[in-house]
Design a binder for this molecule. Structure first.
Ligand code: MN
Length: 517
């Protein structure tokens, strides 16, 4: 790979998944991995195979399905034999694979976490890189908490790891402590003081505790790093990782300055952002750079005037370059199948024929309920039909009754494949609570509601309401999302989706909080 190309290493499925409440099942991880392949990332860190049987299974499934499609599939391992072997075996079926081993090097981690001295750290790192190299040509080594490691010791560890066979050396700011000029100095120091540094790619992995993850990553790139580890929407531990979409668009928009490229198809950025947000339930703030709802909104009159004269007066990126879809009026009842298919493709969605027909029927039904159908409505229809695991129960009918002086009541009918429909009713504090209670009576799943949000997908009183729910069941968190012009129906569908996931969950994962970099 040429030196003006920055390798984009996505860790949404590993570091991103470590965000509280963002754990995903194998089907969900496969769906995101597919979107990352289409996006054009160079490396997908698919998980931490030793962490649990569920993690192992997901990494293996991704390796099998996408291991010859372009990106390297990467598995994380501590510097322990069983970790490395487990990662190697999860990745075994991938043609393009990488093992990523890490070991903390800062004095605070050496003393309190590992209880190892400097020579022991070096010996362990060297031995582990060699073991990984025996299983896989492509080996990445990370000195965890590098940003707080003494520079002379960091240089020594990096040199020995490269000599042992590491092809990428990643310099993580595990705790989000670095600042841009400090981090530039760290990477520059390695470039100048590690004799064999040219034999490996220098990588960066920054956390956002001070809001500097992207700035620090760019500083590292300026100092010579040629791989950036990042996540979609900046998902990740605590305040998150560097946001992939921000890194990529900064390099592209300021190519006059950096003179660097990536392999990312930027038109897919907003689509992947929506997918990750919908699967993890982690909503994107409205004013988030690149992918937020307001990222391209011009409100001030003087700006709007400038925009009408010449877009570049106030616009440094074109919304279409990141696949941004606002509330554009696009279709109505008479638009027809062909126009609808065009619009779906324009929105970056590819549907098989059977799914397309279902979504088209939903579109016609929606046109009967609201006059104007916007891009955001269409995307919600697609998401309703095409995501995730097949649902065990489907909502066949519902009825609610509520009002001042009345007892809120809900009646629900669910169908399950090959079974007669089941009906039940419940009361609640309000119609939505009653609906949730009735769903729990039928499914026999009793969950704790952790979060419930409704938002309007577009403008106007007739707009669809999108409901997001987060439930906890048996110490696992599940998300459901649905949209409808009737928010009680959307609530019922979203809650049922989360209950379906809880029912399908046979993941044997155990929580593992101890280590990651
Ligand atoms: Mn991390």
């Amino acid at each position: 790979m040429s030196s003006d190309r920055v390798i984009i290493f996505d860790t949404t499925l590993r570091d991103g998944e470590q965000s509280p409440g963002c754990s995903m099942n194998t089907a969900e991880k496969l769906e995101i991995a597919g979107a990352l392949v289409d996006l054009g990332v160079d490396v997908i860190e698919a998980g931490f195979p030793i962490a649990s049987p569920g993690d192992f299974e997901a990494v293996q499934a991704i390796a099998r399905q996408f291991g010859d499609r372009g990106p390297k599939i990467c598995g994380l391992a501590r510097c322990r034999e069983e970790d490395i072997d487990r990662a190697g075996s999860a990745l075994n079926d991938a043609k393009n694979r990488r093992i990523h081993v890490f070991l903390a090097t800062s004095s605070i981690h050496r003393q309190y976490k590992l209880n190892m001295d400097k020579p022991e750290i070096i010996a362990k790192a060297v031995e582990s890189v060699k073991r990984a190299k025996g299983l896989c040509d492509d080996v990445e080594f990370s000195p965890e908490d590098a940003a707080r490691t003494e520079l002379d010791f960091l240089s020594e560890v990096v040199e020995k790891a490269i000599a042992a066979g590491a092809t990428t050396v990643n310099i993580p700011d595990t705790v989000g402590y670095a600042t841009p000029s400090h981090y530039f100095h760290v990477i520059s120091h390695l470039k100048q003081n590690v004799p064999n540094i040219a034999q490996a790619v220098i990588s960066t992995h920054c956390h956002n505790d001070l809001g500097l993850a992207v700035a620090n990553s760019l500083a590292a790139v300026e100092a010579g790093a040629r791989q950036v580890e990042c996540t979609i929407n900046g998902l990740g531990e605590r305040a998150g990782n560097a946001a992939l979409e921000e890194i990529v668009m900064a390099l592209r928009t300021r190519s006059d300055y950096y003179k660097l490229t990536t392999g990312i198809n930027t038109k897919k950025l907003c689509g992947v952002s929506r997918l990750v947000s919908s699967i993890t339930g982690m909503t994107v703030q409205r004013n988030k750079a690149i992918v937020g709802q307001n990222a391209f909104a011009h409100e001030a009159g003087i700006h709007q005037h400038g925009m009408l004269m010449e877009r570049t007066t106030y616009e440094i990126m074109r919304p279409e370059d990141v696949g941004f879809t606002g509330s554009n009026l696009v279709l109505g009842k008479h638009s027809g199948r062909h126009a609808f298919r065009d619009r779906i493709e324009h929105l970056g969605q590819s549907l098989d024929d059977a799914t397309f027909e279902k979504v088209f029927d939903d579109f016609i039904a929606l046109c009967d309920k609201k006059k104007n159908v916007y891009d955001a409505d269409i995307l919600a229809l697609v998401e309703n039909r095409s995501t995730e695991t097949p649902d065990r129960w489907k909502l066949a009918a519902f009825h609610t009754s509520a009002g001042s002086g009345a007892i809120p009541t809900a009646t629900i009918e669910l169908v399950e494949d090959g079974q007669p429909p089941v009906r039940d009713a419940a009361i609640g504090d309000g119609p939505i609570d009653a609906v949730f209670n009735a769903l729990e009576r039928i499914t026999h799943i009793h969950a704790r509601l952790q979060n419930y949000q409704v938002r309007s997908l577009t403008v106007g009183k007739e707009a669809q309401g999108e409901v997001l729910v987060e439930i906890e069941h048996n110490n696992h968190v599940f998300h459901g999302k649905a949209a409808s012009t009737d928010i009680i129906e959307a609530s019922a569908r979203a809650y049922l989706k989360a209950l379906n996931k809880a029912a399908a969950n046979r993941d044997t994962r155990k929580p593992l909080h101890a280590q990651h970099e």
